[in-house]
Design a binder for this molecule. Structure first.
Ligand SMILES: C[S@@+](CC[C@H](N)C(=O)[O-])C[C@H]1O[C@@H](n2cnc3c(N)ncnc32)[C@H](O)[C@@H]1O
Length: 302
């Protein structure tokens, strides 16, 4: 039986077992080692970079952490597993492979793992266990952290990349943890002779974000909003009092409650109606509780 079919049959029997044992304290996946092809493809789709810290939630005998470290000498790894014996074996194997200075295995519940400083999270657990870990990942992993899982998805969070060769092989998926931008933001930008206050409001579902913005009494929809990890960009066309109908694009990095980047505006060249100049100014947005988008508009829209 392939390891995948073996695991699938375990999923079915565990579901039946759980139905009987509704009082079990914690979800649990038994140890089934990923097959070599899955391990290779998981490490490949992770696109490891210099200095990356990886973690395997439910690390078993450590094979995914070892493969990641062996693919690059500048990567460090942690594995956490609920099974103390497997943790002991994985630490011993790290010694034998000469990887003990870069690999650590901890006897820990995946729900207690420290995700704040990792760049890549690997998982191959029961589907519902991975789904239950999703809010922890979204809340505690840094924006930009790659999440790699084999076989199952993470509910309605769409993967950013999928390796699905078919023919019975497991799909391997990669997600990128998005920055949280939902809510109000404000920034000031000097375009031409005037400084304008932009009051924006973002709605967000995982990596999909939409936004609207207000300057004075005019409101516009942000176009082509792209959020990938901590990188946010969008375009905007609106009339700015005193400057005319201006096309703008903003691109920056979300850092908690601020965004730092560049705003590029296409402004009419003074004295030449046909020509446009590109003006580039710093874009510094701050998160605000009340962005002004909802402030009364009044009836004088001139
Ligand atoms: C399917 S195996 C995967 C092992 C390894 N990641 C691999 O792909 O070869 C799942 C592992 O998760 C561990 N595990 C199950 N529930 C866990 C939990 N709540 N916290 C940490 N480890 C858990 C099991 O002990 C087992 O070693």
């Amino acid at each position: 039986m392939t390891t995948r079919r073996h695991f699938l049959s375990l999923v079915a029997s565990a579901a039946a077992w759980r139905a009987l044992d509704a009082g079990a304290q914690e979800r649990f996946s038994p140890f089934v080692g990923s097959n070599p092809d899955n391990v290779r493809r998981m490490v490949e789709i992770a696109a490891l970079r210099a200095g990356d810290n990886v973690i395997d939630l439910g690390s078993g005998d450590g094979r995914i952490v070892f493969a990641a470290l062996q693919s690059r000498p500048d990567v460090r790894g942690v594995g956490v597993d609920i099974n103390a014996d497997l943790v002991h074996r994985a630490n011993a194997a790290a010694q034998q492979r000469g990887l003990a200075d870069r690999a650590r295995f901890l006897h820990q519940n995946a729900f207690d793992a420290d995700l704040a400083k990792v760049d890549v999270i690997f998982m191959w657990l029961f589907p519902e266990l991975m789904r239950l870990l999703r809010p922890k990942i979204l809340a505690q992993a840094r924006p930009g952290t790659r999440v790699v899982a084999a076989t199952w998805d993470l509910g309605t969070w769409p993967a950013d990349a999928v390796d699905d060769p078919g023919g019975g092989a497991s799909p391997i998926r990669r997600w990128v943890v998005p920055a949280r931008i939902e809510g109000g933001w404000q920034w000031d930008a000097t375009i031409g002779a005037n400084t304008y206050r932009f009051s924006a409001l973002f709605e967000q579902r995982m990596q999909h974000a939409e936004g609207v913005v207000r300057v004075g009494n005019r409101r516009e929809i942000l176009q082509h909003v792209v959020l990938r990890g901590d990188a946010l960009q969008f375009a905007l066309r609106m009339t700015l009092p005193g400057a005319g109908y201006i096309g703008m694009s903003c691109a920056g990095r979300v850092r908690g409650d601020s965004i730092e980047g560049t705003l590029v505006a296409q402004v009419p060249r003074p004295g030449d109606d046909e020509a446009m100049d590109e003006v580039s100014v710093p874009w510094r947005a701050r998160r605000v509780a009340n962005p002004g988008y909802f402030s009364p508009t009044g009836t004088d829209l001139g």
